[in-house]
Design a protein around this ligand. Structure first.
Ligand code: HC1
Length: 573
């Protein structure tokens, strides 16, 4: 450690830390806008300026390292004045329609403006010159609200290795866009939404589809059902002030029932179904010389990435639809039959932590006998807006259950929402099916945790099986390159587009950078899922009674002809 003084008091702080980190370690927050830990330490927005004794001018705390004996002032009048001026200049160029902005009350620029007492802006800039870009039907960009912090650019480039956005032009004309001013739909954007999740303002949002859901709920001819993704249960509490990672599955079910859905279901049940199909496919390939490594197919951002950048691996990807896709197909086939309903009259909604799920539902081959499986996919943020509009006091709702006919899931289904969860769920089932006896230990710790790339070797039926788990497309790219070069010999790979998996999806609740720069949000949310799993009796997909009934009465067996017709898909280069 080194000894420094902050605001006149002496502290021991970690050597090698920046002023920002050092101050945080002793309980003092310095505001940031452009800074993103590890990937965007560029000191460009100048909101984090502080005074350092002896320095000629104010310095940016996010990049300036501490040294022994340093004296720092994080909040002097000089510092406050500089930050206010910076805020005023940013605001002069910012479309200030805060009342109607989707990020109202969750905007880092708004929070700072309030904290610094900005009541008026003395300068008038050009804040209404860009057209709204919504070419993908998934991601909406309003550059009039962009503050040029470049956090979206960094997330796209460094976390996702996609790099389809960046600053165009210079000076006052600088704006974030695609090369040659193309639309997002014209470039290989994978719609993961990590740009949205990193945006401090309302410049990037998802396309709001909630009106479609309200319209369906109001239509007496429609039987409206909903399915909730694994990680949603550890996300929704954040909108209502609960600790990060709190499992609010019961309140979610209660809210959906009060909104008037005719069936309130769990996509985790479909995750269990995915394990049955994907596990069967893996064993088939392993034992009969099929294409290996088998790569999981749940994450539509990863699928799009493979189609754009690694078409040579398409045959490696499991033909299974994602759990979302399977949920839609089951609703429009098995469930329709069971309920005696015409599939045309069933309207299926999914609630996902993911923006890419919005385009997944429109991919070819996501239907069930000609009917589109999922009719609309909304993010957790859209769901929160619906809860608020419905006037439901979420935190006060009782805990209720999903409807049993497709609402029972195993712990294996729950952990799908965290990186490594799909692999662990598959291993639990594969090990028991292959070895024909109950597993002694259900926890596969090697594939847990938020590191970007994990690997392990297990013995299945006497064969050594090398597995790999990666999340964040930059990490997926690294794994694929090592496989291509022959450096790695994996049999089974789990890829998730978003770093940390769905708990950190592009459709998740957005926490401000003063939280995300210092807390591993992914780990906190994942804890909620693993905690739930650990306390359950039903922890293996193949023991789920709903899945057993589904095969007994409808699909016959995993990998059957009918299962292939409804639960599998294909990819396009
Ligand atoms: Fe996911 Fe999945 S885990 S992809 O992260 O396989 O989005 O939560 O719903 O489909 O089940 C997302 C989450 C989700 C699918 C499942």
């Amino acid at each position: 450690t080194v000894k420094i003084k902050i605001n006149g008091r002496e502290y021991d702080v970690p050597q090698g830390s920046t002023i920002l980190e050092a101050a945080h370690s002793v309980g003092i927050d310095i505001p940031t806008l452009c800074y993103m830990k590890k990937i965007n330490a560029i000191g460009s927005c100048r909101i984090c300026v502080v005074e350092v004794k002896g320095a000629k001018s104010l310095v940016t705390a996010c990049v300036y390292p501490v040294n022994e004996g340093m004296e720092v002032y994080t909040n002097s009048l000089k510092v406050q004045k500089a930050r206010r001026m910076t805020l005023e200049l940013i605001l002069s160029n910012h479309k200030r329609e805060c009342l109607t902005c989707v990020r109202n009350q969750n905007c880092e620029l708004q929070t700072l403006s309030r904290e610094y007492g900005l009541e008026e802006v003395r300068f008038s800039g050009d804040n209404d010159r860009y057209e709204i870009e919504d070419s993908t039907g998934v991601i909406v960009r309003d550059n009039n609200k962009c503050i040029l912090c470049r956090r979206c650019v960094a997330a796209c480039k460094f976390n996702q290795a996609v790099a389809v956005i960046g600053p165009n032009q210079r000076g006052f004309n600088t704006h974030i866009a695609c090369a040659f001013e193309g639309d997002l739909a014209e470039v290989p954007c994978v719609s993961c939404g990590q740009c949205i999740a990193s945006c401090p303002t309302g410049a990037l949002t998802e396309k709001d589809d909630t009106d479609k859901v309200w319209a369906a709920l109001a239509d007496p001819t429609k039987h409206v059902v909903v399915g909730v993704a694994p990680s949603i249960r550890v996300h929704m509490g954040e909108f209502y002030g609960m600790p990060i990672g709190t499992n609010v599955e019961g309140k979610i079910a209660a809210a959906l029932k009060r909104m008037g859905f005719d069936g309130v279901f769990d996509v985790d049940t479909a995750a269990d179904l995915t394990i049955m199909e994907e596990g069967t496919e893996f064993l088939e390939r392993l034992n009969n010389g099929g294409k290996l490594p088998l790569i999981t197919s749940c994450s539509p951002g990863w699928i799009k990435f493979a189609e754009y950048y690694y078409p040579e691996f398409l045959e490696n990807i499991s033909s299974c639809k994602s759990p979302q896709g399977m949920f839609g197909a089951v609703m429009k086939s098995y469930y329709a039959e069971k309920m005696g309903l015409d599939p045309k009259d069933i309207y299926v909604v999914s609630i996902m932590p993911c923006t890419a799920k919005k385009f997944e539902i429109n991919r070819d081959d996501q239907d069930a006998y000609g009917e589109q499986g999922i009719d609309v996919s909304i993010t957790s943020r859209e769901f929160a807006r619906m809860i608020d509009r419905a006037g439901l006091r979420f935190a006060d709702l009782p805990d209720e259950e999903f409807d049993p006919c497709f609402g029972v899931a195993s712990g294996a289904g729950h952990i799908f929402g965290a990186t490594g969860g799909v692999m662990e769920a598959a291993l639990r089932t594969l090990a028991e099916v292959v070895d024909g006896k109950p597993l002694e230990k259900l926890d596969f710790h090697d594939v847990r945790g938020t590191e970007g790339i994990k690997e392990a070797t297990y013995v299945l039926g006497g064969k050594e099986v090398n597995v790999c788990v990666a999340s964040g497309l930059a990490n997926c790219r690294e794994v694929l390159e090592s496989v291509k070069k022959g450096e790695k010999n994996y049999h089974f790979i789990e890829f998730m587009a978003c770093p940390g998996g769905c708990v950190n999806g592009g459709g998740q609740p957005i926490q401000p950078s003063r939280v995300t720069n210092f807390l591993d949000l992914r780990a906190e949310r994942a804890k909620g899922l693993y905690g739930e799993d650990a306390g359950m009796k039903l922890r293996k997909s193949h023991e789920n009674p709903v899945i057993k009934e589904l095969y007994d009465t409808y699909f016959e067996k995993p990998g059957s002809h009918k299962a292939h017709e409804l639960l599998h898909t294909s990819y396009v280069a």
